[in-house]
Design a protein around this ligand. Structure first.
Ligand code: FE
Ligand code: FE
Ligand code: ZN
Length: 305
């Protein structure tokens, strides 16, 4: 079975139950959630997240817990040079591990951090220190932290395979670390996944080890290879293109891993900036057929008229 889905929201009164329902409405077999808004760190109490009802629905519909992924809020920076802020990030991530364990999911995707002005080497040291503390705080919990491959925008750490390797090398409980391979980010970071995906995979295998990958983010990119921009595009509408992404999704080496779409919502019109319509049902259909639909955006808009 193809393990494909998208990020879904978790909020309102339905919380985790609503996330499962949203994923099912797209025909997904996997999904990713932020345990609250991705831009902030306010979170509801675990008891109010309607986890058991969500789990029950998953069982009924055949979504497996290992295909559900939590994404830590992207404003969190373990590399923050301000000790108070770093401490907060460690505490938040510790709670995130506990929330994930309560949901029965197996991994949390984490942006390694931003070095701000300290340079990536110092930042990697702080990230390692932070991760060590989080693992120390959650010794008995069997949750992976999946370091996401980043595009290299701003001062992001994790913009190449070597930086991810350096973090893994530094962390004591490194068996609790895995990697989230984001197609848009890897492409934007300068790896040629369009013409030489096998070469990129070999390089990843040599530097990090292929078996570290625990989840893939599937996004097209609005920018050419090496742009270091990180602007996601709908499948087939960007510089990576449908064929390259489709091949990655259906690659046997990753068949056992969840693949998560984080492609942009569509505005009502081209001019409008508001992100209204989720494209995931249609994109998942396209993936299952293995065929690009150039009319996809128009069709989604029309359907919602
Ligand atoms: Fe991410
Ligand atoms: Fe991503
Ligand atoms: Zn991104």
């Amino acid at each position: 079975m193809l393990k494909i889905g998208s990020h879904v929201s978790m909020g309102g009164s339905k919380m985790f139950l609503g996330s499962v329902e949203e994923a099912l409405s797209y025909g997904a077999t996997a999904f990713m959630i932020y345990t609250g808004a991705p831009q902030n760190t306010r979170r509801k109490a675990i008891e109010k997240m309607r986890i058991n009802e969500g789990k029950e629905l998953m069982r009924e519909k055949g979504i497996e817990p290992q295909d559900v992924v939590v994404h830590a809020p992207y404003i969190m920076n373990l590399a923050n040079p301000d000790p108070e802020k770093q401490k907060f990030a460690v505490e938040f991530l510790t709670d995130e591990v506990k929330r994930s364990a309560a949901m029965g999911v197996s991994q949390i995707v984490l942006h390694p951090g931003a070095h701000v002005k300290q340079g990536s080497e110092a930042a990697i040291g702080r990230i390692v220190e932070g991760l060590d503390k989080v693992f120390e705080n959650t010794k008995n919990l069997d949750i992976l932290i999946a370091l996401e491959t980043m595009s290299g925008k701003g001062t992001e750490v994790g913009r190449n395979f070597e930086e991810i390797r350096a973090i893994i090398d530094g962390v004591k409980d490194s068996h609790r670390l895995s990697v989230c391979f984001d197609t848009c980010h890897v492409h934007d970071a300068g790896y040629d996944i369009v013409n030489d995906f096998d070469g990129v995979v070999d390089e990843f295998d040599r530097i990090i080890g292929l078996d570290r990958i625990s989840v893939l983010h599937i996004n097209d990119s609005k920018n050419p290879k090496g742009a270091s921009k990180d602007r996601h595009e709908n499948l087939g509408f960007g510089y990576i293109g449908f064929d390259a992404l489709n091949a990655i999704i259906h690659d046997e080496r990753f068949a056992h891993l969840p693949k998560i779409l984080e492609t942009p919502y569509l505005p009502k019109t081209e001019e409008e900036k508001k992100r209204i319509y989720a494209p995931y049902k249609e994109e998942i259909e396209m993936i299952r057929k293995g065929e690009f639909n150039p009319e996809l955006k128009n069709e989604i808009r029309q359907k919602h008229q």
